[in-house]
Design a protein around this ligand. Sequence first.
Ligand code: UT7
Length: 339
Amino acid sequence: MVGTPKTIGGVALVGTGSATPSQQLTNDDLGQRVETNDSWIQSRTGIRARRVLGPDESLSELSSRAGSAALQMAGWDPNTIDLVLLATSTPDDLFGMAPKVQAHLGTTKAVAFDLTAACSGFLFALITATQFLKNGSMKRALVIGADQLSSWVDWDDRRSCVLFGDGAGAVALEATSPNEDGLIGFLLRTDGSRGECLNLPQHKEYFPLVAGLSHQGGGFSPIQMNGQEVYKFAVREVPAVLEKLLTIHEIEPKSLDWLLLHQANQRILDAVADRFDIPYGKVLSNLSEYGNTSAATIPLMLDEAVKDGRVHPGHLIASSGFGAGLSWGAALFRWQGPV
Ligand code: UT7
């Protein structure tokens, strides 16, 4: 239950988890559907394959697997969780998917709800959850980023279908004392006036209701994207927001251990690294395997890098999410790991 704020404390990232569908769709597979090829996709995006949810899987089940793995790494009893915050734009149920995930996880005492901010969703949810932890009203939160864009892609539009895939990632967060705070700072932005270059709009279809009145039908059209505009937005705004955040906290880019960006396009990751003179070896990237999994990219990548030992306790990470809205933001945090 959300209570009255008591103290301004800190927050620690103590667990990660992820889950991906079993079906893999390679660039060569896509070439059977649209006029494209592996060489074009790899050179323009860095993507080699993506995962797509099949008939025996669901996004809520994937989210639960990711969440459960994060709880396990943190060593937490599900009954001790106060919040399950699920970032998604593609829930199984438009009324919200988080309560279903809560039930799967057995986090009976938690409040669970969805948050939608497209590809920035995980970052926005991470910052939202930390507010409850830092103000003293909650102790433990599970933040999940999950998306199933395969349901909403136009699989006959080669300009967009090659980019996206499905996945889920999760992070377990614990309230700490202020001097142990692992979330150093953040900046979040949106600009709806530029939203037209990437959206998943409601159908503009009307049906007769009663004499003289009509109603709009349910449902959505496939993703519409102006790739070049989104690309320009990302390579302009992501370095700008990161630079501002680093300046506010007087952190030099060279003291970062890792750059953890939303995995949209390898060229965007490289451009941001170049802007700060950060060696590519410090830029976390797994989009060759998964493509752009929207709200899932950042926790999916973090989980992989924690588990394979690249990210160590105490490492300083600069993260940035960006996408539809338009929305974008950055966060500076230290990975703590299980205590
Ligand atoms: O979370 C945010 C989600 N969105 C993004 O991150 C999108 C950001 N934008 C991008 O990543 C890039 O703009 C794309 C990868 C989508 C496209 O790359 P590009 O270098 O901007 O290509 P383009 O749109 O300028 O197209 C170049 C050519 C065109 O042919 P012509 O007109 O030069 O003859 C396209 O028709 O490539 C063609 N093309 C393709 N060819 C083979 C576009 N898509 C494909 C394709 N395979 N899949």
